[in-house]
Design a protein around this ligand. Structure first.
Ligand code: FES
Length: 306
């Protein structure tokens, strides 16, 4: 089915890549970018420079300097500008070159890097790298109501479509020896039903004790999960292996952002119920190593909503 395979691709000149470029994507946990710092990031097969100006404003611009192509993220942040480490060309937050050492001002005026819209929301930095005007920014009111959010990110070595199309029945089997079942036996749902919606698909798993887990898939890159309870054990090696068992209703929203067509980053934003918050503060969440060029390095944070 060659036409289906096209949806798996992420490059700028592919069917799947053009589709994914019509959306806003989270690219980094906001807490991981301090004012005055830059990071290289890669999404949908393209590399960029993400930096936070000294004012606190994040900016996304081209990966390389327009002069001789040095990777801009190794440069310096000055105010809301970034200065290239090779010959000192300086660009403002709109990508406009504002200084070329040893040349007069007219040279700088002729040089401009491409930049991309950036938004901070729910503890994440989002961007839109598609053509034309960005679409309306998506909002998730359930996660905006004050209090704390848990934010976690990790990379999977699979195409983003594989990450999205998976079904819930695999969990008690494929993840039988994982932290999901550290303190309880694997439970197989007695019933799974699904319904197509305007947003994508709703999948409901019913268990023998009457609990219903709801999993909403917002194609092509969002998953919302609601469960009567959840547990999570740290993946970090060594002593820091704690388990958080949540006894209230647990809600999470997960965004799948592919660095390329062989990997996908999952970013989970979760609202812990009040009963679990004190445990969350002392618990260590997953710390999984990412492949090179991944924007999401061992990402976990508890953050105030913005
Ligand atoms: S390569 Fe950036 S200033 Fe020369």
């Amino acid at each position: 089915m060659p036409e289906l395979i096209e949806l798996f691709r992420t490059g700028p000149n592919t069917v799947g890549g053009r589709y994914m470029r019509t959306l806003w994507h989270p690219i980094l946990i906001a807490a991981e970018l301090k004012p005055g710092w830059a990071k290289p990031v890669q999404i949908l097969g393209e590399k960029f420079t993400l930096y936070r100006g000294e004012s606190g404003t994040p900016h996304l611009t081209a990966f390389r300097c327009a002069h001789r192509g040095l990777q801009l993220s190794v440069g310096w942040i000055e105010g809301d500008c970034i200065r290239c480490r090779f010959h000192g060309w300086k660009y403002d937050g709109n990508g406009q070159c504002v200084e070329v050492p040893t040349e007069d001002e007219s040279t700088a005026k002729t040089v401009r890097l491409r930049t991309y819209p950036v938004r901070e929301y729910l503890g994440l930095i989002f961007t839109y790298i598609g053509a034309g005007r960005a679409p309306d920014f998506p909002r998730y009111p359930d996660f905006e109501s004050g209090g704390e959010l848990w934010v976690e990110a990790y990379t999977r070595a699979c195409n983003f479509v594989i990450n999205m199309e998976n079904d819930p029945v695999h969990i008690p089997f494929a993840h039988r020896e994982s932290e999901l079942f550290a303190n309880k036996p694997p439970e197989v749902p007695v019933k799974v039903d699904a319904e197509e919606t305007d947003w994508g698909i709703d999948i409901r798993s019913t268990f023998a004790n009457g609990w219903v887990h709801t999993n909403q898939r917002g194609w092509p890159n969002m998953t919302c999960f609601k469960s009567p309870r959840q547990q999570h054990r740290s993946h970090s090696p060594g002593a820091c292996r704690s388990t958080t068992i949540i006894t209230g209703v647990f809600k999470s929203i997960s965004c799948t952002t592919p660095p390329d067509q062989k990997r996908c980053n999952s970013i989970v934003n979760a609202t812990p119920p009040a009963a679990a918050k004190s445990a969350a503060r002392t618990s260590s969440w997953a710390k999984r190593s990412c492949a090179a060029n991944c924007a999401f390095k061992t990402s976990t944070a508890t953050t105030k909503r913005t």
